[in-house]
Design a binder for this molecule. Structure first.
Ligand SMILES: Nc1ncnc2c1ncn2[C@@H]1O[C@H](COP(=O)(O)OP(=O)(O)OP(=O)(O)O)[C@@H](O)[C@H]1O
Length: 369
């Protein structure tokens, strides 16, 4: 099935008082997909959403919605709904009238019967039917957030732009609402661009992910694509839980020699490598690093610096002369803080990066970018 683009952002640039927030951002969100925009604070997520909704003036770039160039179109004509964290509900109206508000606007002007039906259905979907007559000032944070989503949803816009819509909620509510958003997506086949700094939230909800930092998309694709071919070190730092482990290394006699570690890894294990010598950075997903009893033959030495309990598993921080990394291990591995351990990077695990640019220089032979 070929994907049809719904939102296309091409070369967006935006500076606020001389400071760049978007630096030539390109992004395509396809029709009927949930696309998560994942990035740290200040990365440009909100600016990207505001640009899609037409709520900021761009310095450069084009915005297309459903194939139509809307760069100069006013926000009301775009038919997108934007939901922010702490979205401002109208305090003088009760929940029902807050949800109905957009349907009574001059652009929609639905019949009151139809408004009542749609408000009722949307409230059911978001499980807020019992709140319809309440003043919004009396609602909890989670209830307010549901009302804000209902208010956007009731219009059935062509697209949702969701800016950290769940970050103010506790874990349980967040998981519940995330499942409901997916349900709404299935039911209405709506397109959603969901901005978040929460890696777990992003991978739980999204079909595809875009990693944003410094006002550009560093990489986009399915999480599997990104894991198997991270474009650069920034991507490695921003995804995974824990994120990628990095080791200083150099290429020497056809081997990757990790500084401070006992291992020499054949370069041929990394596919084709766009460098024949000198310094590199070896990046490895922590899941691939083997950590075990001290003094394992052929392994390097390390020490357990910290242990965090995570219920059914533990996250350990391992300090080594090659650098430190975090990794999740099962409870059956009895590591305690201060224990000696060994670590080993299996042949073929990991990626090589250029230390100056951060770009990946090892290719897996599948036409990686
Ligand atoms: N109205 C504004 N005036 C001045 N600077 C702004 C304005 N809005 C955003 N910025 C700056 O632009 C950059 C990108 O901001 P943006 O809000 O788009 O990022 P973000 O990824 O959404 O961050 P967060 O997760 O913290 O909301 C930041 O450096 C921010 O300080």
């Amino acid at each position: 099935m070929t994907a049809t683009p719904m939102l296309q952002l091409d070369g967006l640039k935006k500076a606020y008082r001389g400071k760049s927030a978007l630096r030539g951002l390109d992004l395509t969100v396809n029709d009927n997909e949930i696309f998560a925009l994942l990035g740290p604070t200040g990365a440009g997520k909100s600016s990207t959403l505001l640009a899609g909704a037409g709520l900021i003036d761009l310095d450069a770039g084009r915005v297309r919605l459903g194939g139509r160039d809307v760069t100069d179109a006013d926000p009301a004509s775009r038919d997108v709904a934007i939901v922010f964290e702490g979205f401002n509900l109208l305090p003088v109206l009760d929940v029902k009238d807050n949800i109905a508000f957009a349907l009574r606007s001059p652009e929609f002007r639905e019949e009151e019967d139809e408004i009542g039906r749609r408000v009722g259905r949307t409230a059911e979907l978001l499980r807020i039917s019992h709140l319809l007559d309440r003043d919004v000032g009396t609602l909890s944070g989670g209830e307010r957030q549901r009302v804000a989503i209902a208010r956007a949803l009731v219009r059935r816009p062509v697209m949702f732009l969701l800016d950290e819509p769940l970050s103010a909620l506790d874990l349980k509510l967040r998981e519940g609402l995330r499942a409901e958003l997916r349900q709404i997506h299935r039911q209405y086949r709506s397109t959603m661009l969901y901005a978040t700094h929460d890696y777990h939230g992003a991978i739980a909800i999204a079909d595809r992910i875009g990693i944003i930092d410094g006002g550009v998309i560093q990489q986009s694709g399915s999480i599997e694509d990104i894991y198997s071919r991270p474009a650069n070190m920034l991507v490695g730092k921003l995804i995974g839980s824990p994120s990628m482990a990095f080791f200083e290394a150099r290429l020497e006699d056809g081997h990757v020699v990790v500084k401070g570690a006992a291992q020499r890894l054949p370069v041929s294990e990394f596919g084709s490598v766009a460098s024949s010598g000198g310094q590199v950075v070896l990046g490895v997903w922590p899941e691939d690093i083997e950590v075990g009893e001290p003094d394992v033959a052929g392994a390097s030495k390390g020490k357990i610096y910290a242990v965090d309990n995570r219920g059914f598993e533990r996250a350990i921080q391992v300090e080594t002369t090659a650098g430190s990394f975090r990794k999740v291990v099962p409870l059956s591995m009895p590591f305690a803080q201060g224990d000696a351990c060994s670590f080993r990077i299996p042949a073929g695990a990991g990626f090589l990066f250029d230390p100056a640019s951060g770009r990946r220089i090892s290719q897996d032979g599948e036409g990686a970018n």
